[in-house]
Design a protein around this ligand. Structure first.
Ligand code: ADP
Ligand code: MG
Length: 616
């Protein structure tokens, strides 16, 4: 039998390769956008027509290409980004395989225009089915413009395989979002059939997320930040109340590259733990930065899957940092993190022979930060790291228990335990004040305990004070160092004008300036550094609501509206002094136990009842 093996012509080899790299218009979009980023552009536009089937054009202001490079860029394995296999472990660019342009050129009609800085003229190349049709000098702007026309024109089977236009556009938008989101320092725009879909200015990561997903995302995001030797994590998770029934926006970026990873996704779900029900999914936008030597991006042509050397440690770090972020924002529902330790530690003292507690004692303790980077350079070592995580917890906790025995416990950092002698009957009962969930204050009485709702308590205190102001005809004003000019809606400006006299009695000092602006030069003394605009707007809002629904008297309405607007909110962490002042002031009120609408401010837990509950 004669020899039958033949080398495939380049055009055919490229077409086959294209099958892996370019599956649909969205894949070509991704490759072009990534090339523009690698070219150092800070302004990138994407234009598509007919869902990318007729045209995909990407225009950038990056460093462009010389005439020779322009021609070479379409060759397979032609890349400026790596020189040797070693470079694969030190990648700082998106591309490196040198096959995207070769692939695209094999299955479409491609027009390239490019010019490097300082040259008068650029290069234009037209290439179709891997065949160069035209190459000439052209006049164009600095940077590069690629137009991909009639994708899959010569591979009918693939063209027929494409989905409907809305589906393909959706894929393109997804790809665009993934790239744009993580490069907030680059301006991006996108046009579909001549209509602007995105116009994203440079800004912060948060601004970019909001730019991509809409203004309402601003209030949904909880910042996450953690830096360790293995990985640094920065970004946002959604507050649990905004969780979605479908897998919402879930974005992991590793070294600015979007990746999919179900294991790490699990770490986040785990951090949300009891905050979400089974059918709810958190949104997240997390950027991981990691030594490129410790990841392998080259396991799939589209580079959306990567291998981590320290996967388990990264899992733990992500889980901890998300959990901590949720905890800091007071969204953990149970006694967890700060609350967990502050609650359990003092109680532990009474149990003499108890074993070392297994709870975490220091919420800001970071088991990963202290590990040297070389100790995590190989898999077995990193597993050791992982195990040492537990052993260091153990040392910490053992240490703590022995401290207790010596009766020399300093209140732990970041905790809200005030009394070091929780069950000491002799001490001043006011000393024991613990903030729970940044919402309630737990205090001890001889006859039991009381729980105070901090927001309601403060509302009651302020309400009585404002009623007093009206009776005296005057409140105490604190002059602002810098008077603030505030613009209101026309309706609010009208109302403010109408209530001017009364609002001044509350302690505000302001003058009308222009149609709907006011200059505020003084605020009620107890407001301190709060946002004046927000408070006045809140006051007017409440006033309007009460007026229509409760028909309150003007003074009463203003007093309660202002109290509501200015009171400390649930969710605010309070120092011991603040809690003590609040409790003292509450008990100095005429009617400390409820709000004017009858809602309780305090509930008490009678000691006898408690004993009964525990079956004593
Ligand atoms: P890779 O990105 O993996 O290197 P590509 O086929 O995507 O491979 O691109 C080949 C080469 O063409 C790149 O390495 C780069 O030098 C050049 N190139 C591609 N797009 C651009 C661009 N927008 N601006 C400047 N150079 C580009
Ligand atoms: Mg590329």
């Amino acid at each position: 039998m004669s020899d039958i093996i033949k080398l495939l012509p380049d055009a055919v080899a490229n077409q086959i390769a294209a099958g892996e790299v370019i599956q649909r218009p969205a894949s070509a979009v991704k490759e072009l956008l990534e090339n523009s980023i690698d070219a150092g552009a800070d302004n990138i536009s994407l234009v598509i027509k007919d869902a990318g089937k007729a045209l995909i054009q990407v225009i950038d202001n990056g460093f462009g290409m010389s005439e020779t490079d322009a021609r070479l860029s379409f060759e397979r394995h032609a890349t400026s980004k790596i020189k040797s296999a070693d470079d694969l472990f030190n990648l700082s660019t998106k591309g490196f395989r040198g096959e995207a342009l070769a692939s695209v050129a094999a299955i479409a009609q491609v027009e390239l225009k490019t010019k490097v800085e300082g040259n008068d003229l650029g290069t234009q190349i037209i290439i179709e089915g891997s065949e160069v049709k035209e190459q000439e000098v052209c006049s164009c702007a600095k940077g590069t413009s690629f137009s991909i026309k009639n994708l899959f024109y010569n591979v009918p089977a693939r063209r027929n395989f494409l989905k409907s236009n809305p589906v393909e556009v959706k894929h393109i938008i997804e790809e665009f979002q993934r790239v744009a989101m993580v490069h907030a320092d680059i301006a991006f725009s996108m046009y579909n059939n001549g209509n602007e879909v995105f116009n994203l200015k440079k800004g912060s990561f948060r601004q970019r997320i909001v730019g991509v997903f809409g203004e309402r995302y601003n209030q949904k995001l909880v910042p996450v930040e953690e830096s360790t030797d293995i990985v640094s994590v920065i970004g946002f998770v959604s507050k649990p109340e905004f969780a979605k029934k479908t897998r919402g926006e879930q974005y992991f970026f590793v070294n600015d590259r979007f990746i999919k990873n179900s294991y790490l996704n699990h770490a986040i779900n785990n951090a949300f733990d009891q905050l979400l029900s089974k059918d709810q999914h958190p949104s997240y936008f997390l950027k991981l930065t990691i030594d490129p030597a410790k990841i392998d991006i080259n396991i799939h042509p589209t580079k959306t899957e990567i291998k981590f050397e320290d996967e388990r440690a990264i899992y733990a770090i992500i889980r901890t940092s998300v959990k901590q972020a949720l905890g800091k924002n007071n969204i953990t529902p149970t006694l967890d993190f700060e609350q967990e330790s502050s609650f359990n530690v003092p109680l532990m003292r009474s149990t003499e022979h108890i074993k070392a507690p297994t709870i975490k004692v220091n919420p800001s303790y970071n088991p990963f930060a202290t590990k040297s980077s070389e100790s995590s350079s190989s898999k077995p070592e990193s597993t050791k790291n992982w195990e040492s995580l537990y052993s260091s917890f153990e040392t910490e906790t053992t240490q703590l228990t022995s401290d207790f025995e010596n009766e020399e416990v300093e209140p732990l950092e970041d905790q809200q335990v005030i009394s070091t002698s929780w069950e000491d009957e002799e001490h001043d009962e006011q000393q024991t004040l613990i903030q729970l969930h940044n919402k309630f204050i737990l205090g001890q009485l001889k006859s039991g305990s009381l729980i105070i709702d901090q927001e309601r308590a403060h509302t009651r205190i302020l309400f009585e004070q404002y009623i007093k102001n009206f009776a005296l005809g005057k409140g105490t004003t604190q002059q602002l160092l810098y008077p603030e000019t505030i613009d209101f809606t026309t309706a609010d400006a009208e109302l403010l004008n109408e209530l001017q006299q009364e609002i001044k009695t509350l302690g505000f000092d302001f003058e009308k300036m222009g149609k709907s602006s006011f200059v505020v030069s003084g605020v009620p003394a107890e407001l301190k550094e709060q946002n004046v605009k927000q408070i006045i707007e809140g006051l007017l809002e409440q006033f309007k609501l009460n007026e229509s629904e409760l028909k309150l008297k003007k003074h009463e309405n203003l007093a309660i509206s202002m109290a509501r607007s200015a009171s400390v909110r649930s969710g605010k962490k309070m120092s011991y002094e603040e809690m003590k002042a609040l409790v003292d002031q509450l008990f100095a009120c005429e009617m400390p136990y409820s709000l004017p609408n009858g809602k309780p401010t305090i509930i008490t837990l009678n000691l006898d009842d408690l004993n009964q509950q525990f079956d004593y």
